[in-house]
Design a protein. Structure first.
Length: 499
């Protein structure tokens, strides 16, 4: 009996795996069959034969498990896997495929049958059929206007060879999509030439980046000042020599270090003044020059040395007899800031802009092609600052962005940031100044008037736009590409305009 069970179990395995091989063979045979869905075999275990049953636990012994012998296996299911296959291009216009779920509906003498195989052709009557069996494809027919009415029900798909659809012009376009809400318009950015301010006592400006102007009008920039390495050495001709080192910041007045002209003057006076060598004093005049004054009564000859050639050259004019006429350095000017007085401003050629109390500055220009109302600024001596000038430009142009009119940190020039969009484009900016008698301040005008090249446009005003192209047809059937441009409304950011 045991031998018969083992043979029976083996036979079920052979028989059912033969069926599995039949299904696999069928899958392989239909590898090129249009619309074929692969088959899959699953197996299940047959009921086992119980030789001995179970026993439950008792007080003196535990329970026992059953003794069972398996009788083999059986075929559980043969499933059809409806996963979509790959699409192929056949070159036949009536070969169709369904992407995703669904079936083609065919008419078989009044009965509906379904298939995934889309091998169709039109017969002599213009009816779309499956040529292998003649079944007619069912669907919805369009009205003469090209509309599909689902309520009309499905019927044979018939397109007679004599059917003609007259050309009609496109009368409605429907499309949808998302416009990029993060797009923002850009505004004009205009930059003027450099502006510096003559260094004044208590300005305490970092000497790095300063403009120097010597007695011949030659200008240089202190652009190689190296903290803790750049130094200048002064000898008073009476065997007193002191070296001063440039540092990034200096809070002490007795450490022979400096960051600004104020620092350096203090250190020089500590060493050479009455409390020190008692040979000379240093001061800063209104022209931004350090002036040496003899306090010893002796004919001392000053000598200068330094590690930075530009700084050394700026102090070179101090050399020689301290009682001679030339006892001052070159002129020093820092990059202009908002707090600098207008009358202290010079251009990057070291020439004064010539402004003084009683002058009037006039500001004109176009915003979006429309002339602005002229703005004016009255210069009050000792009071009106570069920042006041910037504010008046901003008010005249009606700028509302956060940047407005700024000072270029690299050279002190104007940076005028226009509002975003073409309707706020800045152009023809013209800023001029006259004195109390109406005479032009030529150097100021040369820097800020409408002369071409005075303002570099580093950024052009542009709208935030996106475009879409669709194909439309005229009454003769000719196709045309229609491009629609969507422009973000700068005055109402949640609205887009199109043309």
């Amino acid at each position: 009996m045991g031998l018969m069970r083992s043979l029976q179990a083996g036979i079920t395995g052979l028989r059912n795996h033969q069926l599995f091989m039949d299904v696999v063979g069928n899958n392989i045979a239909n590898v090129n069959t249009v619309g074929f869905k692969v088959g899959r075999v699953t197996f299940s275990e047959m009921f086992a034969q119980t030789i001995r049953g179970t026993t439950q636990p008792v007080a003196s012994a535990g329970g026992t498990n059953p003794i069972q012998v398996g009788l083999g296996m059986a075929v559980g299911t043969i499933d059809t896997i409806h996963t979509m296959g790959s699409l192929e291009t056949t070159g036949q216009g009536t070969d169709l495929a369904i992407q995703g779920d669904g079936f083609f509906v065919l008419d078989d003498a009044g009965k509906r049958v379904y298939t995934r195989a889309g091998v169709f052709q039109f017969n002599a009557d213009g009816v779309l059929t499956m040529p292998s069996n003649g079944l007619k494809v069912q669907g919805f027919l369009a009205t003469p206007d090209g509309e599909i009415d689902p309520a009309a029900g499905i019927t044979d798909i018939q397109i007679p060879g004599s059917l003609k659809l007259p050309a009609s012009a496109t009368n409605q376009i429907t499309f949808n999509g998302n416009l990029n809400a993060k797009l923002e318009p850009t505004g004009s950015i205009l930059k003027s030439g450099g502006v510096y301010a003559i260094e004044q006592l208590a300005d305490d400006s970092d000497m790095s980046g300063m403009l120097t102007v010597d007695g011949t009008g030659k200008t240089s920039i202190l652009n190689s000042m190296n903290p803790n390495n750049t130094s200048i050495t002064i000898t008073d001709g009476a065997a007193n020599t002191f070296t001063y080192k440039y540092v990034e910041s200096d809070a002490s007045t007795t450490n022979n270090a400096f960051n600004s002209l104020d620092d350096l003057i203090t250190e020089i006076n500590n060493d050479f003044g009455a409390a020190g060598a008692n040979s000379l004093t240093a001061s800063l005049n209104a022209s931004g020059q350090i002036v040496f004054t003899d306090i010893s009564g002796a004919a001392n000859n000053i000598t200068i040395d330094g590690t930075d050639p530009i700084l050394k050259a700026a102090f070179k004019s101090l050399e020689g007899d301290i009682n001679a006429a030339a006892t001052n350095t070159a002129q020093f000017a820092h990059i202009a800031t908002a707090t600098d007085l207008l009358e202290n401003l010079i251009n990057d050629n070291g020439v004064s802009l010539g402004l003084a109390g009683g002058d009037t500055i006039s500001i004109d220009g176009n915003v979006g092609g429309t002339a602005v109302t002229t703005g004016t600024l009255a210069v009050v001596g000792g009071t009106t600052t570069y920042g006041d000038y910037l504010s008046q430009i901003e008010a005249t142009l009606g700028l509302t962005n956060d940047s407005g009119v700024e000072i270029n940190p690299e050279d002190g020039g104007l940076v005028i940031n226009g509002d975003g969009g073409v309707i706020y484009e800045l152009s023809d900016l013209n800023i001029v100044a006259v004195d109390g008698l109406g005479v032009s301040r030529t150097q100021f005008d040369t820097l800020f008037d409408a002369t071409p090249g005075n303002y570099l446009e580093s950024q052009e005003a542009k709208d935030a736009t996106q475009s879409a192209t669709v194909t439309v047809y005229d009454s003769l059937g000719n196709d045309f590409d229609l491009t629609l441009v969507f422009t973000k409304d700068v005055q109402s950011p949640n609205r887009w305009l199109w043309d």
